[in-house]
Write a protein that binds this ligand. Structure first.
Ligand SMILES: N[C@@H](CCOP(=O)(O)O)C(=O)O
Length: 500
């Protein structure tokens, strides 16, 4: 649709112009710092930052209903910069001009309702939000689109040049960082640090394919993160982990999309997300808080954060009795099929503590819950979901296992609707499915395959056949007909097919 075809009241707001006044705000000492330099922690006290719009209240000049219309009409525009996460420009990066926006097709991932079989099994209505359908096949693209649009803006303004971006990763962040940096070459070069043998082959192939410098180091993600922090402190690099508050802004789009896809009715909704470095749950809470503040959604949805019992520092924190005695204790992680979330010291923990408190206060009741699930439950639920038409990764399995826990604990009920996060594409983690099907999980995972969920290919090559097809060696017509008949017969027998 062309601009002049939209209602007159909406037209002036359809194409956003740079607005607002963004600053980094420290969660420790509340100091505010200009966004003109790339900051990851507070120069005064070292605490993590969030980006705050000093002029956020200007957005309240329009009613929530008008905002809903603006966002819904924006859906019809054909402007690339507004097709992705910047449909929510005013809430994500209002100072970024549209010609700085980097759009690689991220965001607006499908919400797919579970079939009746799966809803009956879990006991409630739910949808998967398939964030594996982002360009690098995970939700991290949302954050990268924001962080790289901002860096692109600084380059265009002549504030920085020759950027080397760097990140630590369990696989998804590095894939996304390398992809977005590759798009902006030669202005940006990319380097990624991975824990040796702790990312899947598919994930390793991604930054390699995008041309990044890939470094593997001993240890787990938390060790990589420390090295990357040392590099960001001591050298001129752009840190692309979610410690970078621009990443959080982009990932807020996840909440905005859920709000929009469910017609802004959030009172009976439950949003389930796995927790690793905790940037995602931070963004999800912050996003819903902003929309609620402006009156775009009717209520704050419930949020369930899920961790495996092999990497559960956030769950452990919230299992302690609330109050001054609560202490966050980083942990040593154990092997987990939710490998992207195998993190013992999440960098966003201070943000989580701050936002959970705020979220529950604004809601007037506890609306954020934390579940712990077993490795076995993660695998069983992932495979069960995918046997019912989904493409959930192991973290999607973790979400579904978390929903089961939330129902069991009475945090959510069968009258509500859940939107659960499959953070990446199933194919990135197919190695865990293979281990399940071949019963080859190393002991540390503590996963036993359930026979009903196991599947294996069957090789069909009847022993009596003298010749079978081979590439480059055509078969005689009769030999081929014999082959087809024998193989079809054996398959029909295996499947118990009746002759017509
Ligand atoms: N799961 C992450 C770990 C790093 O997370 P980030 O959001 O802080 O960048 C990954 O995929 O690497």
């Amino acid at each position: 649709m062309k601009i002049d075809q939209f209602p007159e009241t909406i037209r002036p707001h359809l194409i956003p112009k740079p607005s607002g006044e963004l600053i980094y705000r420290c969660l420790g000492c509340q100091a505010e710092h200009s966004i003109e330099s790339l900051l990851y922690t507070c120069p005064d006290c070292g605490q993590v930052l969030l980006i705050h719009d000093r002029r956020f209240d200007r957005l309240k000049a329009l009613s929530g209903e008008t905002w809903q219309q603006i966002l819904d009409y924006r859906r019809m525009l054909k402007i690339p910069a507004l097709k992705g996460i910047y449909r929510y420009h005013e809430f994500i990066g209002p100072v970024i001009p549209l010609d700085s926006v980097v759009y690689l097709g991220e965001g607006h991932t499908p919400v797919v309702e579970a079939n009746t079989v799966l809803q009956e099994k879990t006991g409630m209505r739910f949808f998967y939000k398939n964030d594996g359908q982002n360009p690098s096949a995970s939700f991290k693209d949302r954050g990268m689109a924001s962080a790289l649009s901002y860096i692109h803006f600084l380059i265009q303004e002549g504030i920085i040049d020759e950027v080397l971006s760097i990140c630590a990763s369990t696989g998804d962040t590095s894939a996304a960082a390398a992809l977005y940096a590759a798009y902006l070459k030669p202005d940006i070069k990319s380097a990624v640090l991975l824990p040796h043998r702790k990312v899947t082959p598919q994930q390793l192939s991604q930054p390699l394919g995008s041309g990044a410098d890939v470094f593997e180091i001993p240890g787990v993600f938390d060790d990589c993160m420390k090295v990357v922090e040392a590099l960001a402190d001591g050298y001129n690099v752009a840190l692309l982990n979610s410690k970078n508050a621009w990443r959080i802004l982009g990932q807020e789009s996840y909440s905005y999309e859920i709000a929009q896809d469910f017609d802004y009715a959030m009172a009976d909704k439950v949003v389930v997300v796995p927790i690793g470095n905790a940037g995602n749950i931070t963004a999800v809470m912050n996003g819903f808080l902003k929309f609620f503040d402006v009156g775009i959604i009717d209520a704050l949805p419930k949020i369930v954060g899920v961790q495996s019992e092999h990497a559960n520092p956030v769950y452990n924190y919230y299992s302690q009795t609330a109050g001054d005695g609560r202490r966050f204790v980083p942990m040593t992680v154990k092997p987990s099929v939710a490998q992207a979330a195998m993190i013992g010291n999440p960098v966003s923990m201070p943000r989580v503590i701050y936002l959970v408190d705020r979220y529950n206060r604004v809601a007037g009741e506890p609306r954020v819950f934390f579940a712990q699930v077993t490795e076995q439950a993660i695998m069983d639920w992932q495979l069960t979901a995918n046997r019912n038409g989904h493409i959930a990764c192991t973290h999607g399995g973790e979400s579904l296992a978390g929903l089961e826990e939330a129902l069991k604990n009475g945090w959510v009920n069968a009258k509500e609707t859940a939107i659960i996060d499959s953070t990446a594409h199933a194919l990135k983690f197919s190695g865990f499915q293979d281990m399940y099907f071949q019963d080859s999980f190393p002991e540390g995972f503590a996963v036993q395959p359930k026979p009903a969920l196991v599947n294996q290919p069957r090789y069909v090559c009847p022993a009596h056949l003298k010749r079978v097809p081979e590439p480059g060696k055509p078969m005689a017509k009769e030999d081929f007909a014999t082959f087809v008949e024998a193989v079809a017969g054996q398959i029909a027998g295996d499947l118990g097919l009746k002759k017509r």
